[in-house]
Design a binder for this molecule. Structure first.
Ligand code: PGA
Length: 250
């Protein structure tokens, strides 16, 4: 099996109804040439998922959530369940993004519960991992990421239902990026970890790179043996930039 690249946009807490034309520009730019090479996914804020799903219907662009609760329903004010995401048209969900790990104190165990919720309803889960700056400087980046993988990924994950996103925390939204060699080393370590635990499923699981991916640096960061796409924050808000990154695959 060859791994089909995934070009994924994470809009974070950005986007109002007025932003939907940008999504339409992204789906409009999802040409036959791009469709032949890569999947497109946009994760808008929860408030826009329903309308986004309606608007991209038939274009091949996938829609996902940015987080979900571990439970299906209940007294959890402000939270959104995986069932709810699915109900409004999401087919993917991001879990364990470093902003949630930092802002909401999410542990690996909690991320795993969220990931299990995603699998329960048939969503593809994107499990985010990545080291902080001081951890890299201390030479602990690979150990940190291995621990996050072990703690955050459910046993039931398969190549079809799991995507791993490696996002060094210090590279997110900063314009800083790891070297090509650092990305290659980390993705190789993630591949080994997944293969040890999941066998062939681990070989076939997509591993994305995320953190300051732009059209200008995309080729260096994502055209590498164990990099199967990108998770794009800031540059996914503009169709021009998102399509510029995606065009690296054609
Ligand atoms: P960035 O964000 O592309 O703005 O660095 C990436 C992410 O957090 O997914």
């Amino acid at each position: 099996m060859t791994r089909r690249p995934l070009v994924a946009g994470n809009w974070k807490m950005n986007g109002l109804a007025a932003s939907l034309p940008e999504l339409m520009a992204i789906s409009g730019g999802y040409s036959a040439a791009l469709k032949a090479k890569a999947d497109f996914l946009i994760c808008p804020p929860a408030t826009l998922i329903r309308e986004a799903s309606v608007q991209v219907a038939g274009t091949g662009v996938l829609i996902g959530g940015q987080d979900c609760h571990g439970k299906a329903s209940g007294a959890h004010t402000g939270d959104i369940s995986a069932e709810m995401l699915k109900d409004v048209g999401a087919s993917y969900v991001i879990v364990g993004h470093s902003e949630r790990r930092a802002d909401h104190g999410e542990s690996d165990a909690l991320v795993r519960a969220k990931a299990e919720a995603g699998l329960r309803v048939g969503l593809v889960i994107i499990v985010c991992v990545g080291e902080r700056k001081e951890q890299r400087e201390a030479g602990k980046a690979v150990a940190v990421v291995r621990e996050q993988l072990a703690g955050s990924i459910p046993d039931a994950a398969t190549a079809a239902t799991l995507v791993v996103a490696y996002e060094p925390v210090w590279a997110i939204g900063t314009g800083l990026t790891p070297t090509k060699a650092d990305v290659a080393d980390m993705h190789k370590a993630i591949r080994e970890t997944l293969s040890q635990r999941f066998g062939a499923e681990g070989q076939n699981t997509r591993i994305l790179y995320g953190g300051s991916v732009k059209p200008e640096n995309a080729r260096d960061l994502i055209i590498q043996p164990d990099v199967d796409g990108a998770l794009i924050g800031g540059a996914s808000l503009q169709a021009k930039d998102f399509l510029g990154i995606a065009s690296t695959y054609i």
